[in-house]
Design a protein around this ligand. Structure first.
Ligand code: CBY
Length: 434
């Protein structure tokens, strides 16, 4: 009897003696904050990030404590209006991101946000995602990146969700973590953040403790972290330049699941800083997704009840337009080959565009020259234009089809609005299954 009482105590003592792994956060130190200025200018001057697409920017700037109350108010208004006007048509992840941005911290009085109503709508959109998976061979309406955002928002804002279901959905073996058999680091990172929130809600007693569930969550996290670390590149990037910020966040919150020697945080941070200076984060969303990690923040720091921090003095933000890349010879023309590939049918055309043009300019030129073969439609996404149909053939998440962009046979890691084409490029849009 006595012994069984003492056992937990001994366990606790032993546990507290085990040196816990140091939290692997390697934020940029304050003296070097000027290196982050290009990111901040890009976000603040991002007049092209309209409506709901500004949610990412708002979230990032609030986590960093960068805005002044006036700037904050404007952005909140923009996101709030977009939510109010477009509620039914927003995707689940867009709404989740808006909730995270609006509730990132306790803002100025005057703007009242009905979180419980928004969370209820999000709960329904999340349910619709799961229903779609049941009806369409495990394919959600959107994707696992958005489902993870949904779970994160529901978890942080006390929404309704079933832990058992989360565990089932976010199983690391799900095909939804992969595009063309390649593990999506962005997706895995967001899932780790969502699972960490769920785990914390269990251990802090908000949710009923079930040791079996906790164990499964641990296994999921361990496996997802291993998959992320497997995508670590020689130069320190995790996945590619655009997934690295969120992967860093995932690694910050899960240092119990990997060994210190498996990840050199400083190396990753330094390559990102080099890339910033070379202009890799010219897209507001790209800038928004990298900044929190560089300031040692994660989406788990979101807390609508803790007061916002304003206008850090460490930043000297220019309201000047970020420098844009202008071609060396402004009006010179270049020639590229453009093809539309559907199964075995290839239709191609040589087009001439101004030097410095992007992929979209090439598609527009081709469409002008032959609308029957090269017609297409785009939708605005937070990463810029996204190709939805080409020659009337429409991308469909239910059968995992999309229009893939390639240059010289290699898939691009930028969208049509940002990839700058080069003379002689062999550009291709290919009807693909991801
Ligand atoms: N965001 C989302 O819902 C998108 C999630 C995301 C994992 C996203 C990358 C990561 C992120 N941080 O936002 C994602 N892409 C997805 C899920 C998808 C699929 C979209 C369909 C679906 N099931 O929801 C799909 C079809 C596999 C896909 N991405 C396609 C493409 C290509 C788009 C081509 C087109 N038709 O216009 C493209 C250009 C790849 C290609 N070669 O064809 C592509 N994606 C790219 C390059 C990217 C990166 C963008 C980087 C950039 N600088 O523009 C990306 C960040 C992102 C956006 N995709 Co997808 C991944 C990366 O490189 N790290 C939530 C919502 C609220 O905003």
């Amino acid at each position: 009897m006595r012994q069984s009482h003492q056992l937990p105590l001994v366990g606790l003592l032993l546990f507290s003696l085990i040196p816990r792994q140091q939290c692997e956060i390697c934020e940029v130190s304050k003296e070097y904050y000027t290196a982050l200025n290009p990111l901040i200018s890009t976000m603040i001057n991002s007049k092209y990030t309209k409506g709901i697409h500004a949610a990412n920017v708002l979230l990032s700037l609030r986590l960093g404590g960068i805005l002044n109350p006036n700037q904050e108010q404007q952005l909140i208004q923009q996101v709030n209006t977009a939510v109010e006007n477009k509620k039914p048509s927003l995707t689940s992840g867009q709404l989740a991101l808006a909730i995270l941005a609006l509730g990132a911290c306790k803002g100025p009085d005057g703007i009242s946000i009905n979180y419980s109503e928004l969370i209820k709508i999000l709960g329904n959109k999340y349910k619709a995602e799961i229903k779609n998976m049941e009806d369409h061979d495990g394919n959600p309406l959107t994707n696992y990146y958005q489902l993870s955002l949904d779970i994160l928002a529901l978890c942080l804002f006390s929404g309704n969700y079933s832990i058992t279901e989360v565990i089932k959905i976010l199983d690391p073996e799900s095909k939804n973590y992969y595009f063309h058999q390649q593990f999506s680091v962005d997706t895995g990172a967001m899932a780790v953040l969502a699972l960490t929130c769920v785990k914390r809600s269990i251990t802090s007693g908000q949710n009923k403790i079930d040791t079996k569930d906790l164990e499964t969550i641990d296994n999921h996290m361990e496996s997802l972290i291993a998959k992320i670390l497997c995508q670590k590149k020689e130069n320190g990037l995790l996945g590619n330049i655009y997934s690295t910020g969120e992967a860093m966040q995932a690694l910050f919150v899960s240092s119990d699941y990997y060994n210190k020697n498996q990840w050199d945080c400083q190396k990753t941070r330094d390559i990102v800083l080099t890339e910033i200076s070379q202009g890799a984060f010219r897209m507001p969303t790209a800038a928004a997704q990298i900044l929190p990690a560089l300031m040692g923040k994660t989406y788990l720091d979101i807390n609508k009840d803790s007061s916002c921090v304003y206008g850090s003095d460490n930043f000297n933000i220019s309201t000047q337009e970020p420098i844009s890349v202008t071609p060396a010879v402004p009006h010179s023309q270049i020639e590229v080959n453009y093809s539309v590939v559907v199964n075995n049918q290839i239709d191609n055309i040589m087009v001439s565009v101004a030097d410095g043009s992007v992929f979209l300019d090439v598609m527009e030129k081709a469409q002008k020259e032959n609308a029957t073969l090269f017609s297409f439609t785009v939708e605005e996404s937070s990463w810029g234009p996204y190709i939805t149909t080409v020659r009337g053939i429409k991308a469909n998440n239910n059968d995992r089809t999309y229009w893939e962009l390639l240059s010289n046979g290699e898939p691009l890691s930028q969208g049509v609005g940002s990839y700058v084409v080069h003379a002689g490029d062999d550009l291709e849009v290919r009807w693909s299954i991801y």
